[in-house]
Design a protein around this ligand. Structure first.
Ligand SMILES: [Zn+2]
Length: 274
């Protein structure tokens, strides 16, 4: 990836505002996205050029980025990001979970000849808009949870992210979140949980991203549906509900509070929590 992977980006409010305002205004998504702001490019949160890559390069980038990271580092950054509302630090845990078991492979056409049956990427070399992905990353903690283009980008950016020292309050908030998830009425869906869990600072969309992340970590499991915690979930196995039923990612889109919180997922991905 032609990124400044050796340098740390800046997260001052004014700089992030340039990125966020490029894509979003009081009406929602902007249709008139301006060229990248020079100061935001200099600060490392926007990019002059897209990332031009095809299937094999993206897969390798995601695998390589995950291999370079330590799970404890990603886990602690997630907890610190919960309290501090550093969405970029939250996002990496989900991307790490998706990439951790991603097998090395070349493009495998499935029923759709242009889409890889294993990972879901299309086969074309194409420009990938890093600014749009970074917008989603800083605004919500990522929305393309299982899109390997996002996963590779997110993990590469995490390596450049200014870190926060984890505090006791971060673990406390994480533990409160887990306790609240365990005590929801059994039929509560993840979408309803995203509305209800107001102990987590932020809005519903930001909380939905957190639940998506807990889903791919196998902390919120949907019964016997395949989980990324054990093995990479092939694209063809990620069944989604009808679009109007849930905006959440696989597998948390199927989660109900009756499924509970999986201790095995916590032990692997958030070992400071019980
Ligand atoms: Zn693939």
């Amino acid at each position: 990836m032609p990124a400044r992977t050796d340098s740390t980006y800046q997260v001052d409010r004014g700089i992030l505002r340039m990125l966020l305002d490029s894509y979003w205004n009081s009406d929602g998504w902007r249709s008139d996205v301006p060229p990248p702001a020079k100061a935001a490019v200099a600060a490392g949160v926007m990019f002059d050029q897209p990332w031009v890559a095809g299937h094999d390069e993206v897969v390798e980038a995601a695998r390589a980025a995950a291999k370079r990271l330590d799970i404890g580092e990603v886990s602690d950054a997630f907890l610190a990001g919960l309290t501090a509302k550093r969405m970029d630090l939250r996002s990496a845990l989900g991307s790490y979970a998706v990439a951790r078991h991603l097998p090395a492979h070349t493009f495998r056409p499935g029923t759709d000849a242009h889409r890889c049956d294993l990972c879901g990427l299309i086969d074309d070399v194409q420009p990938i808009d890093r600014n749009a992905m970074n917008f989603e990353r800083f605004k919500w903690g990522g929305v393309r949870r299982d899109d390997l283009g996002y996963v590779a980008f997110d993990l590469a950016q995490f390596a450049r992210a200014p870190r926060l020292e984890m505090q006791g309050a971060d673990v406390e908030l994480g533990q409160e979140l887990i306790a609240a998830l365990r005590s929801l009425p059994p039929k509560t869906t993840a979408a309803q949980a995203a509305t209800a869990l107001k102990l987590l600072p932020g809005n519903k969309d930001e909380r939905s991203a957190v639940l998506d992340i807990l889903g791919v970590c196998g902390i919120l499991r949907a019964g016997s549906r395949p989980s990324y915690a054990e093995a990479f979930v092939p694209y063809s196995a990620r069944e989604l509900p009808p679009a109007h039923h849930s905006d959440l990612s696989y597998p948390v889109c199927w989660w109900r509070a009756s499924h509970g919180v999986a201790a095995s997922g916590l032990r692997t991905f958030l070992p400071r929590l019980r």
